[in-house]
Design a protein around this ligand. Structure first.
Ligand code: HDD
Length: 694
């Protein structure tokens, strides 16, 4: 179903108007072949007699099946599973002192964008909630051409040089002899790679942290990872790191929960983004930059060209310069999300590269991969990829060429076409490469300044809160526990020893390995608080609350609390014993959204059990109701109960002392009072209650 969301006058013009020319609605139309011929019949092939053979002459059958046979294109070799949305970007203040990029100059201008979020390792049909890095790729359709910021939700990467990317990906993907395991790093080849390539140490700390289990694409950060360059009108450069900071804060799921969601709703993150946009609660991310003047390249004490290093925010503050808002879902997944082609080399004047050897190799890979994936060199003409800036050059022909270039001249320089199209000087927006002085011998070597593989891994570990540390240890125990080769396990433990001795010993203990031979690290690095999710923004907005209720539910509580929670931006939904409507104790009909069969605690952020004798009796008679509460409890989620609803908490059993635990808000008496509503909102905003004993 395609709603007409395109003509909102507030939306930035160019890209939407351009896409409009390609949108097709079939309402009220006749069925045709691809040649426009109207078809009288679409259910029976043309046969010689009703029971006779099908005729080759049946052009409609042939065309329909041939098209179907070719409906799929190769999935992306990495980031195959993704989900996209449209939106716009606005800068808060002119960045003219640092960059000439036009879309970063005028706070009144809205630049259209398309964003694709993705998992990295799994195939297109894998589950959303696997432990993995998430891609965060943004295409800005600027007046000066497309600018692509192709980042991840982690600020560093596994390797320092692009030549190792095929090896990394071969190690992480399912093993080639049996294509197992899907969408998981928990296997021998990945950890063998890590043990042999200790430059991965910092990134695997991020990958084993809760960052790789995002609660929502709306609640994760994005990073450009590499050091890029801003260049201003005077030709002065600043090294720059790019950040996306979600206005809802950074929040994650619990490992056990992610595995269950993978079965209950494999599209969990995609559905979440789609629903948020459809309901008008548009995801927002602030755009931040860390900048270092060109002449301070060596001021941080590590090499800023090394993509396994981040710039601690405490050392180089993030300057927030704008905001991205995602406000429109796609009309067609294939045409938009599948065919979108990103490339870190798609830049605009004022943004340039550095000599980060990982970035340099990426600059080759992305166009190259589209040639196979999209099937030719004209993918830039596909609507979702098409620039809003006019395209004029002498490139011609190739598979699926759309443009009808006129005239005999397709070369430069020419006199026959008056020299057109002619290169633009920098004053007219021509891209001028930053005139960096480069000198050196041709060598296959890495600078000694890239050899420190551990200090920032230690920094990350030291910056984690106690629950985050516990989760990291469990993640390593899980992953290495799945590794069959004992030498590989031991090698990783020894590597962890170089990050932190206590970390390595705890991991070793859980997997039957020896404590590390040497340990290093921990005392030398002070924590960097910005790395811990414990210090993120807390908000109850958009959190889903399962309201457990049945016929006879306490109307006063439902009315008071649900309204208050909606006003706080939360999303309460009724879960009951059957679908349809329930009648409250005031005989009000209330629509039920889910049953205990169609819903599960893992799909909600919080649970509330409303009072009402008859309602609570029905819940007590349904074993899945107490299970629902228990599951929420062990995943540290906020739980609320009023009146008789508290009896369901007691029914969770003495082994599960729900009542009185942190994040459990109950009210026995005047259930409709404000106090309960507010306390529950606070508990929901805290997201998870890690100090709970489960
Ligand atoms: Fe990559 C896709 C992010 C290193 C080669 N990459 C891809 C996507 C993201 C990233 C978000 C999905 C884009 C989309 O949604 O279509 N990649 C990164 C980051 C990296 C990185 C943040 C390190 C900082 N990538 C990297 C290297 C190479 C590649 C070093 C190769 C030398 N990446 C690719 C690719 C993909 C890709 C094979 C697969 C599909 C595509 O490009 O369009 O070319």
């Amino acid at each position: 179903m395609s709603k007409d969301r395109s003509r909102d006058p507030q939306r930035p013009g160019g890209k939407d108007e351009q896409l409009e020319a390609y949108r097709v609605d079939d309402g009220g139309q006749r069925l045709t072949t691809n040649q426009g011929l109207r078809v009288t019949e679409d259910e029976h092939s043309l046969k010689a007699g009703e029971r006779g053979p099908t005729l080759l002459e049946d052009f409609h059958l042939r065309e329909k099946i041939t098209h179907f046979d070719h409906e799929r294109i190769p999935e992306r070799v990495v980031h195959a599973r993704g989900f996209g949305a449209h939106g716009y970007f606005q800068v808060y203040e002119s960045m003219a002192p640092y960059t000439t990029a036009k879309f970063l100059q005028d706070p009144a201008a809205k630049t259209p964008v398309f964003v694709r979020f993705s998992t990295v390792a799994g195939s297109r049909g894998s589950a959303d909630t696997v432990r993995d890095v998430r891609g965060f790729a943004t295409k800005f359709y600027t007046e000066e051409g497309n600018y692509d910021l192709v980042g991840n939700n982690m600020p560093v990467f596994f390797i320092q040089d692009a030549i190792k990317f095929p090896d990394l990906i071969h190690a992480v993907k399912p093993e080639p002899n049996n294509e197992i395991p899907q969408a998981a790093t928990a296997h021998d080849t990945f950890w063998d790679f890590v043990g042999q390539n200790t430059e991965s140490a910092h990134m695997v700390m991020w990958a084993m942290s809760d960052r790789s289990l995002p609660r929502s694409f709306r609640m994760m950060e994005g990073f450009g990872v590499h050091t890029f360059r801003f260049v201003n009108a005077q030709g002065e450069g600043h090294f720059v790191k790019f950040h996306w900071k979600p206005t809802l804060g950074v929040h994650s799921l619990v490992w056990d929960e992610t595995q269950k969601i993978a079965g209950k709703d494999p599209d969990f993150n995609q559905r979440d983004l789609w629903d948020a946009i459809e309901s008008g609660t548009y995801p927002e991310y602030e755009f931040g930059v860390q900048m270092i003047p060109e002449d301070e390249e060596f001021s941080l004490g590590f090499d800023i060209l090394d993509p396994t290093k981040l710039w601690p925010e405490e050392q180089v503050p993030v300057k927030i310069i704008g905001k991205l808002t995602l406000d429109r879902n796609t009309d067609n997944f294939f045409a938009e999300t599948e065919q979108v082609a990103f490339h870190p080399g798609h830049v605009v004047p004022g943004i340039d590269f550095t000599n980060d050897p990982l970035l340099q190799g990426r600059l080759f890979s992305y166009t190259d991969t589209q040639l196979t994936r999209i099937g030719g060199p004209n993918f830039h003409e596909i609507p979702i990829n098409k620039s809003v800036a006019p395209v004029h050059n002498n490139q011609r022909d190739g598979m699926h060429r759309m443009t009808i270039n006129r005239g005999p001249v397709s070369y430069h320089k020419n006199a026959l076409a008056g020299g057109d199209p002619s290169p633009a000087p920098a004053e007219e927006g021509g891209y001028a490469h930053y005139a960096e002085k480069v000198e050196g011998r041709k060598v296959r070597q890495r600078s000694d300044s890239f050899k420190d593989h551990f200090s920032q891994a230690t920094l990350f570990w030291n910056s984690m809160s106690p629950p985050e540390k516990r989760h990291i240890v469990s993640a390593f125990r899980f992953e290495l526990g799945k590794v069959k080769n004992k030498d590989v396990r031991q090698r990783v433990v020894d590597m962890l020893g170089q990050i932190d001795g206590a970390l390595a010993s705890q991991v070793a203990e859980g997997i039957g390995a020896l404590p590390p031979a040497h340990s290093g690290g921990s005392e030398v690095t002070r924590p960097a608080p910005a790395l811990s999710m414990a210090n993120t923004m807390k908000s109850a907005k958009t959190r889903k609350v399962a309201v457990l209720a049945a016929d006879g539910a306490d109307d006063a509580s439902l009315s008071a609390h649900l309204e208050a929670w909606k006003a706080a931006g939360m999303v309460p939904e009724i879960v009951s014993v059957k679908l349809g409507y329930l009648a409250s104790d005031a005989e009000r009909e209330i629509e039920v959204s889910h049953t205990f069969l169609t819903a599960d605690a893992v799909l909600f952020d919080a649970v509330y059990v409303v009072g009402g004798r008859q309602s609570v009796d029905a819940l007590l008679a349904e074993p899945k109701a107490a299970d629902f509460v228990k599951e929420a409890f062990v995943h540290y989620k906020p739980i609320g109960a009023t009146g008789e609803g508290t009896e369901l908490l007691a029914a969770c059993g003495t082994k599960m002392p729900v009542e009185g635990a942190p994040g459990v808000v109950v009210e026995q008496g005047d259930a409709a009072g404000d106090g309960f509503s507010g306390a529950f909102i606070e508990a929901v905003a805290a997201h998870r209650h890690w100090d709970r004993q489960v």
